[in-house]
Ligand binder design. Structure first.
Ligand code: DC
Length: 219
């Protein structure tokens, strides 16, 4: 039987982490855990309930009313309501980046993530997986791409009504917030392998990750 392993993929916003993680999970029959969706769910709950995201105490109090469930078909449930699409708006993206700087939010979600990862054969993507959530992950990848590439990818996904410069600014703002927060800022773990996907196709990135998984299994 193949050894059970855990994989951490970290990196900045819109670097394609979740797309790659989902594809790899499908090919290798791994459980995929989208940790960003969990921060998004907290932000969405607060926005919906008119809780000021800048009020740390109010956000902290809200946590006790929040239950998040990720399903095998990549749906996100917040207190049993399917919020998979509603958590993908720009407002929620920036909101998630905001609430993710609070210790209470991180403690709550990191705990949940570790429990979900206990079974092994898991792939988690986020900002602090290799550094905090699973410091002993079998394979750590730090996936990056230039701001230009990331903005262009998002622009293509969004279609006609999108504005490339606005998307670029939003990405830069989130990069800054995620890299400069005091608690668990986005950074490459010392033992992570950096993968710059700026000039790679999706298939090339997936192939590269599969090669790394095979190598990890041989170790
Ligand atoms: O991966 P994403 O864009 O869905 O994440 C949304 C925000 O959540 C991101 O800007 C920072 C935060 N986040 C985090 O702090 N730690 C994680 N492990 C995942 C996401």
């Amino acid at each position: 039987m193949k050894k059970k392993i855990s994989i951490a993929i970290d990196g900045p916003s819109a670097a394609g982490k979740s797309t790659i993680a989902k594809m790899v999970a499908k090919k290798e029959n791994f459980i995929y855990i989208d940790t960003g969706a969990m921060y998004r769910s907290v932000a969405f709950y607060c926005i919906k309930n008119h809780i000021d995201l800048n009020d740390e105490q109010a956000v902290e109090q809200a946590i006790s009313n929040i239950q998040i469930r990720l399903t095998a078909d990549n749906k996100v449930y917040l207190n049993d309501e399917d919020v998979s699409l509603q958590i993908r708006t720009d407002e929620v993206s920036l909101g998630a980046s905001c609430v993710s700087k609070y210790q209470a939010v991180r403690t709550f979600l990191v705990d949940e993530q570790r429990k979900m990862a206990e079974t092994g054969n898991v792939i988690l993507d986020g900002r602090d997986i290799g550094t905090v959530v699973l410091p002993h992950a079998d394979l750590k990848i730090y996936q990056i791409a230039s701001v230009e590439t990331r903005a262009k990818r998002r622009y293509k996904e969004r279609g006609l009504e999108a504005d490339l410069e606005t998307i670029k600014k939003e990405i830069e703002q989130r990069d800054y917030q995620d890299m400069h927060r005091a608690i668990s800022p986005l950074k490459k773990a010392d033992d992570a392998i950096e993968l710059d996907t700026s000039n790679m196709t999706l298939e090339e990135v997936v192939d590269q990750v599969l090669t790394l998984i095979n190598k990890t299994r041989e170790e």
